[in-house]
Design a protein around this ligand. Structure first.
Ligand code: HEM
Ligand code: HEM
Length: 221
């Protein structure tokens, strides 16, 4: 079969992805070493990145958009039974799409809980801690402490799935998420190019929301 390098992942998707891969372990290391100042600073960068990826899922390139890759249960089942051909498509397959939602959802939940975590009379607190009562903050702190294992379990599954595709299906998924391109059959179209306006909007909105939360989410009027 004749193949050619086809553009699959735009650079903002790749940069956010590899930032997740570095920053999530950094969050664990800082927490375990009681470096809570650093934990919170990196946490806000992670917050901005998760918000950016969510916005990019609506205004990003074709393969970044949720509407293009999130499919219903019927399609996922058909894919699992081998009745859905993803070979001539680019981007996440219908099963991988669920993993993307689960990974972003779990990271989002962990970051969200961290914002409210802590005890003002004992140690560090997230910027939104004063907005909730002590009982709620306690519950969110406890959940934040164990939910990290749910996040890690999902990352483990993510890596295992990529290994399975590599070994059993002979598909190298890692190369494309690094360099952006994959060898595909002639005739398979490239991903769209990122729009500068969309990029500026997504960066500005995600940084503004993260900065507003960092300062304790004060009333805007
Ligand atoms: C903390 C660790 C990690 C997290 C939270 C994470 C999360 C994610 C997310 C959210 C996506 C979807 C990309 C998007 O559309 O924006 C993704 C895709 C991907 N990740 Fe990771 N990732 C992690 C580590 C890794 C590592 C270490 C590798 C490689 C060894 C890897 C390989 C991939 C690949 C190949 C894809 C594309 C899958 C496809 O072709 O559909 N990830 N990851
Ligand atoms: C993926 C992201 C995150 C991970 C993996 C993570 C992990 C952890 C872990 C494991 C602990 C428990 C430390 C211990 O053993 O006592 C912790 C505590 C904490 N985290 Fe996070 N965290 C994340 C995001 C955040 C964010 C975004 C914030 C706030 C900006 C935050 C604020 C806190 C606070 C205030 C505590 C201390 C709670 C206490 O014991 O009083 N975390 N985090």
């Amino acid at each position: 079969m004749e193949t050619r390098p086809v553009k699959v992942w735009d650079w903002p998707v790749r940069v956010t992805h590899w930032s997740f891969a570095v920053l999530v372990p950094a969050m664990w290391i800082t927490a375990e070493n009681s470096q809570m100042g650093l934990h919170m600073q990196i946490g806000h960068v992670l917050l901005a990145l998760v918000i950016f990826r969510l916005i990019w899922g609506f205004i990003g390139t074709d393969t970044a958009r949720f509407a293009n890759f999130v499919k219903g249960p019927r399609v996922v089942l058909a894919y699992l039974r081998g009745g859905y051909d993803h070979q001539r498509e680019i981007g996440h397959n219908p099963l991988g799409a669920l993993a993307v939602l689960a990974l972003l959802g779990a990271m989002g939940a962990q970051v969200g809980m961290g914002l409210f975590a802590g005890d003002p009379f004992d140690g560090a607190t997230g910027p939104l801690n004063p907005l909730v009562g002590v009982m709620t903050a306690d519950w969110l702190t406890d959940t934040h402490e164990w939910f990290v294992y749910v996040v890690f379990a999902m990352i483990g599954l993510h890596l295992a799935a990529i290994g399975v595709y590599g070994v059993m299906r002979m598909q190298n998924l890692i190369g494309p998420i690094i360099v952006g391109k994959a060898e595909k059959a002639e005739g398979v179209a490239d991903n769209s190019s990122p729009s500068l306006t969309a990029l500026v909007i997504a960066v500005a909105v995600s940084v503004a929301i993260a900065a507003w939360i960092y300062s304790g989410a004060p009333p805007l009027s």
